[in-house]
Design a protein. Structure first.
Lengths: 475, 184
């Protein structure tokens, strides 16, 4: 090439202008006409659930019940392994006496028992590099399946387990979703893959010996782009349950009324419940507005808490059905809007959320890198308690026994973002940058998770490869 | 579309005020605005078929969630936000990011426009490798000409996050252009 490329920004503008279509397809006008002329009873249900769903759900339930009855081992006879070794699965343990199989009422869906493929990939050759002067390691090639060519690279790929250790759930370019487990974040071994192609997992918990994952599957070629799904793993086999056609499941939590899953569908906020993680039903609820914006969900013996993070609002419920609003962020003068971060349990038993503010058009920018903190003594009542000034932008925060670990972007004095940063804090107020990070190349922070003694920061490097920054001994 | 939706309030089964207001609000979705929305989706998704589906989905979703529009004077920004979220979700849920080949899907520059062709050859795959959020940010900044604060407002994210996404997306695209520049 002989001529010099024009300035990057001009080249991008020119390229975008060249590739913009000159006319809209007629189908858009037709869609608009159809949608706006719908009778009142159908308003808002352009992508309504198909009438056959309930019948199909019942059929699935019947088939699954037969399968469950024939092989209760699948569902109740195994427990989630919590120790790892290459290719190992923990011995099964008997089911808890407090966890009898639930009767299946009408309008419930049960998992389809599917033979899960056995992992065949060889052990990985991870490269572990200790950061100078710290107990943190950079782990490359531990999980080589995530690349930038798969959508899952941009989901949260790793989840911490309350009993210790981590699971990674990674889509592959072949539409499989593969699952890995680690006790320390450094060495990983593969568990059975999800039995459903096109799966995207958004949340995972451990409950009564089952690993419960929620998310969606992509409905290729259908008018409903996604279906909300739950997958349960008993230590050997994954079972898949379709919660709803046309929806997506976002979060899962366990509490006094069993398991709850939140989701979003064509009619807004949705909720499903299960006593045992295997039989699921749409859950009636009162108190949550239909347009609650993908709220996060926490649960413990004291009930359930739902939090809408943007334009923060918090609701609490003991039974998962009747919800009471316990916090509604007030409008603040001069601030367009602000947001809470994920709700996390602090080492001292209280709860924290690290959020921030964003500016609207015409409103002066806030100081660079301010983070706002909310605290709650009980997960139910929340108070905006202060801010961390000019620290950087926290993408995610996780609790560890020694306090907190955060990862995000550090603001440089010239206003430009610097490569990612990791901070640690004992009290959630005073934060210290992690030594040795500045020598690493830029990566995008995908997630920060902690299991008590270990923390894992999941990073996407410039080549689309998943890398892990693992801290140990964080007591 | 030949005309905006008729405001025949009497034809509505229930003559409620909000239904009338909703029809009035949607009357602004004329041909020009539909084309603008379709263009935005096409540039983010790099596929006209996908963009058509996404825009249709945005129309339906906007209609069903009209009550979330607090200020009717911000209809355009509200509708764009719905559309952009749909595009992001489609990119995130797509099993593979498609690199659209140079074919009749897009305008192909004339043969003598060598510089633009090579720019296009460099940018198309580089853009496909960006994350969904980076793609959205690039299109809003350089197609819609929105400021960092306006993008933050539109997406509901901190301005710093917008700056960060722009910075790293531009760095990737610049590297692609420079590698094309040195190619013999």
């Amino acid at each position: 090439m002989t001529s010099r490329n024009p300035d990057t920004e001009d080249a991008i503008r020119e390229w975008l202008a060249d590739s913009a279509p000159n006319a809209a397809p007629a189908s858009l006008s037709r869609t608009l006409d159809e949608v706006t002329s719908e009778p009142a009873g159908r308003a808002g249900r352009r992508f309504a659930r198909r009438p056959g769903l309930l019948l199909a759900g019942r059929l699935v339930a019947v088939v699954a019940l037969v399968a469950i009855a024939a092989s209760t081992l699948y569902v109740y006879g195994r427990s989630m392994p919590t120790t790892s070794g290459p290719g190992s699965i923990s011995p099964s343990t008997p089911p808890s006496a407090s966890m009898p199989p639930s009767p299946t009422p009408a309008n419930t869906v049960a998992p389809t028992a599917t033979e899960t493929p056995t992992p065949t990939s060889p052990p990985f050759s991870a490269t572990v590099t200790q950061l100078p002067g710290s107990n943190w390691n950079l782990v490359s090639w531990a999980l080589p399946f995530t690349t930038q060519t798969t959508a899952g690279a941009y989901q949260q790929p790793i989840f911490a387990l309350p009993s210790g250790g981590f699971v990674a759930i990674l889509p592959t370019a072949a539409s499989e979703t593969r699952v890995f487990e680690s006790s320390d974040g450094l060495s990983w071994h593969e568990l059975a893959a999800l039995p459903t192609n096109g799966a995207v997992v958004s949340d995972v918990i451990e409950s009564r010996g089952l690993l419960v994952a929620v998310g969606l599957i992509v409905n290729a070629g259908k008018t409903t782009p996604t279906s909300a799904m739950v997958w349960t793993f008993d230590g050997r086999t994954w079972d898949a349950t379709q919660l709803s056609d046309g929806s997506m499941a976002n979060h899962v939590a366990a509490g006094p009324a069993g398991l709850l899953v939140t989701g979003t569908g064509p009619n807004g906020f949705e909720l499903w419940s299960s006593n045992d993680g295997t039989i699921w039903r749409p859950s009636p609820q009162s108190g949550i507005p239909w347009d609650a914006d993908q709220p996060v969900l926490l649960g413990n013996a004291g009930g359930y808490t739902l939090a809408q993070l943007f334009q923060p609002r918090v609701w609490h419920s003991m039974d998962g059905t009747h919800w009471t609003e316990t916090y509604h962020a007030p409008a603040l003068s001069g601030i367009s809007s602000y947001y809470m971060g994920a709700l996390i349990k602090a080492p001292d038993g209280s709860f924290r959320s690290f959020g921030g503010i964003y500016t609207g058009t015409g409103i002066a920018s806030p100081p660079l890198g301010d983070t706002w903190t909310w605290t709650s003594p009980d997960m139910e009542h929340w108070t905006l308690t202060g801010s961390i000034t000019n620290q950087g932008w926290f993408n995610a925060v996780a609790p560890v026994a020694a306090g907190f670990v955060a990862a995000g972007t550090q603001a440089a004095p010239d206003g430009q973002p610097r490569p990612f940063e990791v901070w640690t804090s004992r009290d959630g107020k005073n934060w210290q940058p992690l030594a040795g990070i500045s020598s690493l190349p830029h990566s995008e922070v995908l997630a920060v998770v902690g299991d008590g003694t270990h923390a894992v920061v999941a990073l996407l490097d410039g080549q689309g490869q998943l890398e892990l920054l693992v801290g140990a001994g964080l007591k | 579309m030949s005309a905006a939706p008729a405001l025949d309030v009497a034809a509505q089964p229930s003559d409620t005020a909000w239904r009338r207001r909703r029809l009035e609000a949607f009357a602004v979705l004329d041909e020009a605005r539909l084309l603008a929305a379709y263009r935005l989706a096409t540039l983010i998704l790099r596929s006209r078929d996908e963009a058509e589906d996404a825009t249709q989905e945005a129309i339906a979703q906007a209609w069903s969630r009209w009550e979330t529009l607090r200020d009717s004077s911000r209809f355009d920004a509200w509708f764009d936000r719905i559309l952009v979220n749909i595009c992001r979700n489609r990119l995130r849920h797509a099993r593979t990011i498609r690199v659209v080949p140079i074919d009749d899907a897009f305008h192909v520059p004339a043969a003598d426009d060598h510089g633009r062709t090579s720019t296009r050859l460099a940018l198309e795959p580089a853009f496909a490798r960006l994350s969904p959020d980076q793609r959205v940010t690039i299109v809003l900044r350089f197609w819609r000409d929105l400021s960092v604060e306006e993008i933050a407002d539109q997406l509901g994210i901190p301005a710093g996050t917008v700056k960060s996404r722009l910075y790293y997306a531009l760095r990737s695209l610049r590297a692609a252009l420079e590698s094309e520049e040195v190619r013999p």
